[in-house]
Design a protein around this ligand. Structure first.
Ligand SMILES: Nc1ncnc2c1ncn2[C@@H]1O[C@H](COP(=O)(O)OP(=O)(O)OP(=O)(O)O)[C@@H](O)[C@H]1O
Ligand SMILES: [Mg+2]
Length: 238
C-alpha cells in the first residue's frame, strides 16, 4: 500500500502538486488527469528526481521520501518515462540488464531474471537483437521489461501506450494487467487512454492542477462530474 499525505511540489511560482493525499492499494491503480495536472511530477517524487516542499509518502510501511534516490531503485521502485530510455546501439538483453545491476544476486540468477522479464512482456524479438532493429511497439514493451525485471515493489508506468495502434495497445494492456500477479509489485498506470485505464485498473485517482479531485473504483471515478469537467471543461458533454 502506498499512502500519500499532503504532498506538495513547487517549481518557482508553479504548484505542481497541491496537498495531494491518496492511498494506492495493491494491484494496478490508475492515475489520470489533464496535461500538466502533476502526474509525472508525482512519479518524479516517488522515484527521487524531485524533492517535495512538504508531505509524506509511506510505501509498504517505509518512509519513501527519507530514502536516498539511488537506494529506492534497489528497494524496488521502477518506472518508465514518457520518452523511451533504452539505448539504441545496445541489445535488448543489455538494456534490461543495466537496470538490474543493483541487486545482490549472482550472475546466473540475474541473467535468468533478465530473460524472464523479456519473455514476460512478449517482446517477440531475440534478446540479442539491437534496440534499433525493434518496432515502436516492441520498444514500448522493452521499457516495460526494464520496469519489471527482478523484484520490483512499485512499478510506475508513465503513458506506456501513447501513440500505439489499437492492436499493440491491447497486447500492452494484457501485459500490464499481469504485472501485480507476476511480480507482486503495486503498479500505477498513468495514461490518457481511458479504455486502457478501465481495462487495467480497478481503482483510479485523478489529479487536476496538482489537486486530487477524485479516487475510487475506476468506473465510478470516470462518471464523476468533477472528473468529466476537468477533462472537458463541462459536465454536460458526456
Ligand atoms: N522541472 C520542472 N520545472 C518547472 N516546472 C515543472 C517541472 N516539472 C513539471 N513542471 C510543471 O508542473 C506541472 C505539472 O507537470 P507534469 O509534467 O507533472 O504534468 P502531467 O500531468 O504529467 O502532464 P502530461 O499529461 O502532459 O504528461 C506543469 O505545469 C509543468 O509545467
Ligand atoms: Mg506527464
Amino acid at each position: 500500500m502506498i499512502e500519500v499525505t499532503d504532498l506538495t511540489v513547487r517549481f518557482g511560482g508553479v504548484t505542481s502538486l497541491d496537498g495531494m493525499s491518496v492511498i494506492f492499494e495493491p494491484g494496478t491503480c490508475g492515475l489520470i488527469g489533464p496535461n500538466g495536472a502533476g502526474k509525472t511530477t508525482f512519479f518524479n517524487v516517488l522515484s527521487g528526481f524531485v524533492r517535495p516542499a512538504g508531505g509524506s509518502v509511506r510505501a509498504f510501511g517505509e518512509d519513501l521520501l527519507a530514502m536516498v534516490h539511488y537506494r529506492r531503485a534497489r528497494w524496488g521502485v521502477r518506472r518508465t518515462f514518457q520518452t523511451e530510455q533504452a539505448i539504441e546501439e545496445l541489445s535488448v538483453f543489455d538494456n534490461v540488464a543495466m537496470v538490474h545491476e543493483h541487486g545482490k544476486l549472482g550472475g546466473a540468477s540475474r541473467r535468468q531474471d533478465v530473460l524472464d522479464a523479456i519473455s514476460f512482456v512478449g517482446l517477440g524479438a531475440d534478446p540479442s537483437a539491437r534496440v534499433q532493429a525493434l518496432s515502436a511497439g516492441q520498444r514500448r514493451l522493452l521499457e516495460v521489461a526494464r520496469a519489471v525485471v527482478g523484484r520490483p515493489k512499485l512499478v510506475l508506468l508513465d503513458e506506456p501506450a501513447a501513440g500505439l495502434p489499437d492492436e499493440e495497445t491491447a497486447h500492452l494492456s494484457a501485459v500490464i494487467r499481469k504485472i501485480p500477479e507476476h511480480t507482486g509489485a503495486l503498479t500505477i498506470l498513468v495514461d490518457h487512454d481511458m479504455s486502457l485505464v478501465s481495462a487495467c485498473c480497478e481503482t483510479t485517482a485523478v489529479l487536476d492542477f496538482g489537486k486530487l479531485i477524485a479516487s475510487g473504483p475506476t468506473a465510478e471515478v470516470l462518471r464523476d462530474e468533477h472528473v468529466i469537467r476537468a477533462y472537458l471543461g463541462t459536465a454536460e458533454v458526456i
